[in-house]
Design a protein around this ligand. Structure first.
Ligand code: HEM
Length: 431
C-alpha cells in the first residue's frame, strides 16, 4: 500500500453490530439494520465455510468469506455452475429463466462464444466514442451540480451517468430512458422495503417486453448499436434468437446501471467522510487509476454472487453436496486481511489492490472497462470542478441482500471557480 494520509472507516451510520447467531444473509433487512464488518472478520478467521441455515420457506446456503476461497470457486466453473442462478434471489428460487442464454448464467463453450461477441462491443477501441460521451455528460452534470447550493448526488447525477451510457451503447431512444431507469430500480434493488417481489417481477417483465420491440425494430433496420450487433451475431453456427438478444440486453442494463451508479454514489459519500483522501485527489497526490480501484473495493456494490455445486466436493474439509448453493461474499473478500494491508483504511493510493468487485475467472465482468471509465470521469470532474464535498443529510440505503449502497445522498459541492474557468478555456480552444 502507498504511503500518504488515509482514514479509518467508521461504522456505517446508525447500524448495529449483530450477534452472530441472528445474522440471516438471505434477508435484505440484515444489511439495512446491521454493520456486518465484525461478523465478516469472525467468519474469515474462524468459519471460512459457514452455513446460513434455512428460514421459513427459504433453503439454507453456504457462505464463503475469504478472498482466496472465493477466487477458487469463481475459477472452477466445472464444479460450480452459474446456470442455476448466480445471485441469491434466483438461486433460492431454484433457477434463472435466462440460463443457457444470458451470458452471466451460461457456462461452457456457449458462454465462451457469447462472451466473445459481447467483448467485441465492450473493448477499449470500440468504446472510444462512448467514452467521449461519458466524459461530456459527466462533466456537464457535475458542473451544473457545483453551481447549485445542494443536490441529491444519487438522483441528480449518478442516476444519469451509467444508464445514459448503456442506453447509448444499446441505441435506446432518449424518450424511453426514464421509463427504463424506473423499471431497473424496481426490478433489482428496490430503493425501499415497500417494493415486493411481484412488483420486481413485473418490472423485469416490462424491461424484457420493451427490448423485444426494440430487437424487432433493429432486425429490420440495423444501426451501429449493440442490439444490432447482437441481432446479427452467431453462436454455435446459429444466429441469436430474439430471446437471446433480449435477455442479454436485460443483463447489460441490470449489470451496467446499478453497480456503477452505486459505486459512484459511495465514492462521493466516502470522499465526504474522508477529507484527507479528498485532498489527495484534489491536489493530484494519488493517481486516478488507484483511486478508481479503491472506491470499487470500498463500495463493493455487489455484495455477493453465487453458484450451485454440480457434484459433491469439499472446501476446507467441509463437505459441499451436489446441488448445494455456495455464495461468494465479495464485500468480505475485499476486506480480507490475508490479502489487503490495513483493509479498513480507505486509501486512494492503495497499491497493490486485488479487489474482486468485478468478480474473477470465466465470468469476470465484461463491462469493467466501461465502468472504470465512468468512475474515473466522475472523480476527475469532481477534482476539477469542486473545492470540497460535504454531505448535508442522511444517505438512504437500498434495500437488498445483493446490492450495497445508497439511493439518496444529499451533498453540497462547493464550486472551484478556477477549475471551471480552466475547463471553459479548454473547451473554447477545442471549438
Ligand atoms: C459480470 C460487477 C459494471 C455487465 C459481473 C460480475 C461482477 C460484476 C462481480 C461477475 C458475476 C459472476 O461471477 O457471476 C460489476 C461492477 C460494475 C459492473 C462492480 C460497476 C462498478 C458492468 C457494466 C456492464 C456489466 C458497466 C455492461 C456494460 C456485466 C455482464 C456480466 C458481468 C454482462 C456477465 C459476464 C459473464 O458472465 O461472462 N459484473 N459490473 N457490468 N457484468 Fe459487471
Amino acid at each position: 500500500m502507498s504511503a500518504g494520509s488515509s482514514s479509518v472507516r467508521a461504522g456505517r451510520s446508525g447500524r448495529t453490530q449483530p450477534a452472530d447467531a441472528s445474522v440471516d444473509l438471505g434477508d435484505p433487512a440484515t444489511f439495512a439494520e446491521h454493520d456486518l464488518s465484525e461478523f465478516w472478520r469472525g467468519l474469515r478467521d474462524t468459519r471460512p465455510v459457514h452455513w446460513n441455515p434455512p428460514t421459513g420457506k427459504r433453503r439454507g446456503f453456504w457462505v464463503l468469506s475469504r478472498h482466496e476461497d472465493i477466487m477458487a470457486v469463481h475459477r472452477d466453473d466445472e464444479t460450480f455452475t452459474s446456470e442455476r442462478g448466480n445471485v441469491l434471489v434466483t438461486l433460492l428460487e431454484g433457477g434463472d429463466a435466462g440460463a443457457g442464454k444470458m451470458l452471466a448464467v451460461t457456462d461452457g463453450p456457449r458462454h465462451e462464444q457469447l462472451r466473445k461477441v459481447l467483448l467485441r462491443s465492450l473493448g477499449p477501441r470500440v468504446l472510444q466514442p462512448v467514452a467521449d460521451a461519458v466524459r461530456a455528460n459527466t462533466r456537464q452534470l457535475v458542473r451544473e451540480a457545483v453551481c447549485r447550493d445542494e443536490c441529491d448526488f444519487a438522483l441528480e447525477i449518478a442516476s444519469r451517468i451509467p444508464m445514459t451510457t448503456i442506453c447509448n451503447l444499446l441505441g435506446v431512444p432518449e424518450s424511453d430512458r426514464d421509463f427504463l431507469l424506473k423499471q431497473t430500480k424496481t426490478a433489482l434493488s428496490a430503493d425501499d422495503d415497500g417494493v415486493d417481489e411481484t412488483e420486481s417481477a413485473m418490472a423485469r417483465n416490462e424491461i424484457l417486453l420493451y427490448f423485444l420491440d426494440l430487437v424487432e425494430e433493429r432486425r429490420s433496420a440495423p444501426g451501429e448499436d449493440l442490439i444490432s450487433t447482437l441481432a446479427a451475431s452467431t453462436v454455435d453456427g446459429a444466429g441469436l434468437s430474439d430471446e437471446d438478444v433480449v435477455l442479454n440486453c436485460y443483463s447489460l442494463i441490470i449489470g451496467g446501471d446499478e453497480t456503477s451508479r452505486l459505486t459512484m454514489i459511495d465514492s462521493v459519500s466516502s470522499l465526504a467522510a474522508h477529507p484527507k483522501q479528498w485532498q489527495r485527489l484534489k491536489n493530484g497526490l494519488c493517481s486516478i487509476d488507484t483511486a478508481v480501484d479503491e472506491v470499487l473495493r470500498w463500495a463493493s456494490p455487489s455484495m455477493h454472487f453465487g453458484r450451485s455445486a454440480v457434484r459433491d466436493t469439499e472446501i476446507h474439509g467441509v463437505r459441499i453436496a451436489k446441488g448445494d448453493i455456495v455464495t461468494l461474499w465479495h464485500i468480505s473478500a475485499n476486506h480480507d486481511e490475508r490479502v489487503f494491508d490495513r483493509p479498513e483504511v480507505f486509501d486512494l493510493g492503495r497499491r497493490p489492490n486485488k479487489h474482486i468487485s468485478f468478480g474473477y475467472g470465466p465470468h469476470f465482468c465484461v463491462g469493467s472497462y466501461l465502468a472504470k471509465i465512468e468512475i474515473s470521469e466522475l472523480l476527475m470532474a469532481l477534482r476539477d470542478f469542486a473545492l470540497d464535498v460535504e454531505q448535508t443529510g442522511d444517505a438512504l440505503r437500498v434495500h437488498s441482500n445483493l446490492l450495497n449502497g445508497y439511493h439518496s445522498l444529499p451533498v453540497r459541492l462547493r464550486p472551484d471557480h478556477s477549475g471551471l474557468a480552466r475547463d471553459n478555456d479548454a473547451n473554447e480552444v477545442k471549438r
